[in-house]
Design a protein. Structure first.
Length: 126
């Protein structure tokens, strides 16, 4: 996950592209009534780097990646096609292959469940 986040946020262009792709997706979902409208709804999400000291930051990072998984794939595909260097195109291609693998998706959802449970217990332990 860290590699994906660093790759996208290393360039302001890719960061903007991620936000623009989310705007298009949310607008389409609202237009087709797949998504509710209202105060606080339909906000653009970010990929967050998880902190080393807070368990909730790991849960937030995983949740955000799940929420914008499709948009992240779109941005990585764009980076593979239009990357500024061979190393960026290669790294984006590697991340794309990894993100589309069953193993990555399985672990992502498994960690989401585990971290969701952990996130419930953390405030009680502090």
């Amino acid at each position: 996950m860290t590699t994906i986040i660093n790759l996208i946020y290393a360039s302001p262009k890719h960061h903007t592209e991620l936000h623009y792709a989310q705007v298009i997706k949310i607008a389409h979902m609202v237009a087709t009534r797949e998504r509710e409208i209202g105060r606080g709804a339909n906000q653009i999400g970010n990929l967050h780097q998880s902190g080393t000291t807070r368990w909730s930051s790991h849960f937030d990072s995983i949740s955000n990646l799940i929420d914008i998984y499709g948009v992240t794939i779109t941005v990585l595909e764009s980076m593979v096609q239009e990357g500024s260097s061979n190393s960026i195109r290669g790294e984006a291609g590697g991340c794309l292959i990894m993100m589309k693998s069953f193993e990555f998706i399985f672990i992502l959802y498994l960690m989401h469940k585990i971290m969701g449970i952990t996130d419930l217990f953390c405030p009680a332990l502090q």
